[in-house]
Design a binder for this molecule. Structure first.
Ligand code: URP
Ligand code: ZN
Ligand code: ZN
Length: 469
């Protein structure tokens, strides 16, 4: 009788710590052996000296999140995870967003209904807390953390989501007491409002002016304030979608003081700049996201931060709105002022190839750092490790055989999201996932989807590693 369901032979296995030649034995969806000449298997896959990496974890993506203003996200819990899997991601962590006046539990139940029967890969939820009432703080969050929702995002901006400092401190205190990770969207809301009004008075409302309405100083101040509150409460925080050199400087400052400040960045801050927002006509709207893409100096600061350990997580912040669609970027027409353009860009499928190509293949980061940023660290920081995030005996067999030299020119027609554009159109990348396994089953092979809707399992998250220290 075969000892394994699958053996991947002759792999160059890569973890955050090691690169080693090995067969990978899989039984019951789990890696059960690493070594040479592993015994018989029902299915043998020859990796022939190719890199085998842990499946990516995209710990920041938005699927089927109801929006105000009759705007609709392009991707739901079917198309989003399918697109993710084609790009080498095997776990996604989207958001269950509490609406004001709603209980957090009602939000969680709503998102479970939205996801039911859909994801082709495993998934967990972060919570978004927009209304931290006494009941939410004292009763709901402690219970939900215990049930596997151990991270929440809070916003310093956006009218219907933002919390004031008192509310932020209250949420941080719950996270400290109960053991949760708080992700912070750090931008100073009042400054954005004032700058937006000034730009409007001057008639500067084209998509390009989204960038000067949210300059680096706005993110820098929000970042510093969030770090200060984390220090006061004495709890770790994770700053999401960090875009700019000034914010990197603040994070370095906090980390240098010994504070437990974690940080995430995204592809849009490595390969786009504010110039993209200046595309002809209304095309700049395709790049409207917050914080906005910056400049070459900020891109370089972010690369330095990725190399030197300032950043721990690399996510897509996939928030896809169709361009040519009445519920997408053009919801308010092609003359709409920038403040009416839905914020967000697609990227769940292109996240790993862009970092692999621009980072590993161009010699800016090594393979171990790639794995740490895209799989191991998010697993640890969001309570999914050691089940997810590495290649280890006992861990889920979420694996990707990489074709490290495949040249791909990214075009939207090659992607599997439901969006009608990609901000990375025409970008050439080298390196693309060839075979993607989720718990030992092939979900994508050479661009072909082999998984069934609903094959992905919901994951209950443990306490984040920094909260266990
Ligand atoms: O513009 C962005 N980033 N949209 C998605 C929502 C968020 O703030 O992450
Ligand atoms: Zn955000
Ligand atoms: Zn986001």
């Amino acid at each position: 009788m075969a000892e394994f369901d699958t053996v991947i032979r002759d792999a160059v296995a890569v973890t955050a710590a090691d690169v080693f030649s090995s067969d990978i034995g899989i039984a019951g969806g789990v890696v059960t052996a690493l070594g040479r000449d592993l015994g018989p298997a029902r299915r043998e896959i020859d990796a022939a000296g190719r890199y085998v990496l842990p499946g990516g974890i995209d710990a920041h993506c938005h699927f089927d999140q109801p929006m105000r203003d009759s705007v609709t996200l392009a991707d739901d819990f079917l198309s989003g995870p399918i697109s993710a899997a084609h790009g080498g991601t095997t776990t996604v962590v989207p958001f269950a967003c509490q609406l004001q006046g709603q209980s957090v539990r009602a939000a969680v139940e709503d998102y479970h209904r939205r996801a039911a029967g859909k994801p082709v890969i495993d998934y967990a939820f972060h919570l978004i807390i927009s209304d931290p009432t006494e009941d939410v703080l004292r009763r709901e969050l402690p219970a939900l953390i215990g049930e596997g929702y151990s991270s929440f995002k809070i916003y310093m901006t956006y009218e219907t989501l933002k919390l004031n400092d008192r509310q932020i401190i209250s949420v941080l205190a719950v996270a400290r007491r109960e053991g949760a990770m708080v992700m912070v969207h750090a931008e100073n809301s009042d400054c954005i409002t004032w700058l937006t009004e000034e730009l409007e008075r001057a008639g500067r409302t084209a998509p390009y002016f989204h960038a000067p309405s949210r300059p680096q100083a706005v993110e820098r101040e929000g970042t510093h304030r969030a770090i200060t509150m984390s220090e006061i409460v004495d709890v770790p925080i994770l700053l999401v979608h960090v875009s700019a050199a000034d914010a990197v400087e603040q994070i370095r400052w906090g980390q240098g003081r010994g504070l437990r400040i974690f940080a995430e960045t995204c592809p849009q801050y490595l390969v786009l700049t504010a110039d993209h927002l200046d595309a002809p006509g209304f095309d700049g709207a395709k790049y409207v996201c917050s914080p906005p893409p910056r400049d070459v100096e900020s891109q370089e600061a972010i690369w330095r931060g990725l190399r030197s350990g300032v950043f721990h997580v690399f996510s897509s912040d996939h928030a896809a709105f169709r361009f040519d669609h009445p519920e997408g970027k053009k919801r308010h027409g092609t003359d709409a002022p920038f403040k009416k353009v839905p914020n967000g860009v697609p990227g769940v499928e292109t996240r790993l190839p862009i970092l692999f190509s621009e980072g590993v293949n161009k010699g800016r980061i090594d393979l171990g750092t790639f794995v740490a940023l895209t799989a191991t660290n998010p697993a640890k920081l969001y309570g999914l490790y050691p089940r997810k995030g590495s290649i280890a005996v006992g861990g889920d067999a979420d694996l990707v055989i990489w074709d490290k030299d495949r040249e791909v020119v990214i075009t939207n027609d090659k992607l599997h999201h439901n969006c009608d554009y990609t901000p990375y159109e025409s970008l050439s990348v080298r390196g693309w996932p060839a075979v993607v396994f989720s718990r030992g089953e092939i979900v994508v092979e050479e661009g072909k989807l082999l998984a069934q809707p609903g094959q992905g399992q919901f994951l209950r998250c443990d306490r984040p590693a920094p909260m266990r220290a």
